[in-house]
Design a protein around this ligand. Structure first.
Ligand code: ASP
Length: 325
């Protein structure tokens, strides 16, 4: 029995462990932990109170994968629903599809009886407005912020992007704005694995931008036979290198977990990137070994884990694989 996650998921560990100790499934534990992170108003990288896109609209991505069946569900660019992880789970459980995007995912959530909610909190809006002053070269942002503040339609993250000036904003990509994600991998008492990822993605992203978190194989992959991996960081890198699946594939090829995760991190070195990139992953193998890796060299990046023998979760430093050789 095991939970492994990005550190912002620690607040859900008591709930997740309770589910696992009671014989609940790894899938249920993953979903329950992630829902708590999605509801945390202090966390501006996931769910409610996530940081918005460049138009001031919160857009969420999430995915979940069942290691036993390799069934997966995902949603992307979802507005106005607090728990994209649960919509993703229902996509997996109820539809013959893996991913729903935007309006389709929102429609499905409404059909499931999920309640709409304005996800842009005052705190997230304040960060958005302050941050914009860090971008003096992009005066157009000020106009948009003012619209986001005064136009209730945009502030409520309506269904339309409807902004004629958004094309001009795509050039803001030479900055590295705030970002974050939560990811959780669980192994239950029956030895089944599950993994989940949820995020509001990169702040100030271009409307409709989708990162690695909902892409099965990029930000999330899980296979009972070998192991699981979930990523955080500059999702475009994980999408281009298929990082989560790479770790599991390297495990299949016979590498140890350490070696497999290191190899997948080293694969990122071949990518050109527009701004100081950071990529992180957590991974487990089918025997319950776990690792965390990061590309970041100038700060300590940790992950969190708990086994059935532990009363409390413990944090562990991630191994560093710098992008520069
Ligand atoms: N991977 C997420 C994304 O690219 C963001 C993050 O984890 O920081 O959307």
């Amino acid at each position: 029995m095991l939970l492994v996650a990005s550190t912002n998921a620690e607040l859900g560990f008591a709930t997740g462990m309770e589910i696992l100790r009671a014989g609940g499934s790894a899938l249920d534990a993953v979903e329950a932990v992630i829902r708590l992170v999605e509801s945390n108003p202090e966390d501006h990288s996931v769910g409610y109170s996530g940081l918005p896109n460049i138009l001031g609209q919160v857009e969420l991505d999430a995915s979940i994968m069942d290691g036993k069946t390799r069934a997966a569900g995902a949603v992307c660019a979802v507005k106005n629903f607090e728990h994209p992880i649960s919509i993703a789970r229902q996509v997996m459980e109820r539809l013959p599809h893996v991913m729903l995007a935007g309006a389709g995912a929102e429609r499905f959530a409404r059909e499931l009886g999920m309640k709409k909610k304005n996800l842009l909190t005052d705190a997230a809006r304040a960060i958005y407005e302050n941050k914009v002053s860090d971008y003096p070269r992009y005066n157009i942002l000020r106009e948009l912020v003012s619209r986001a503040t005064h136009d209730p339609e945009i502030a409520a993250s309506n269904d339309e992007y409807g902004d004629e000036s958004s094309g001009r904003l795509s050039k803001t990509n030479d900055h590295s704005p705030p970002h974050g994600t939560t990811n959780v991998i669980a192994i239950d008492l029956r030895g089944n694995l599950a993994s989940g990822v949820s995020t509001s993605g990169w702040a100030w992203k271009y409307p409709g931008r989708v990162g690695d978190s909902p892409i099965i194989g990029a930000g999330n992959y899980c296979d009972n036979r070998y192991g699981a991996c979930a990523c955080t960081g500059y999702g475009e890198m994980a999408m281009r290198a298929n990082t989560a699946h790479s770790v599991v594939l390297y495990l299949k090829m016979g590498m140890t977990l350490q070696r497999a995760a290191r190899e997948a991190m080293q694969d990122l070195r071949a990518l050109t990137v527009p701004f100081p990139p950071g990529m992180n992953l957590v991974a487990v193998d089918a025997n319950g070994k776990h690792v965390g890796f990061t590309t970041e060299t100038d700060r300590v990046v940790e992950y969190v884990f708990q086994t059935e023998k532990m009363k409390m979760p413990r944090k562990k430093k991630r191994s560093i694989v710098p992008l520069e050789r």
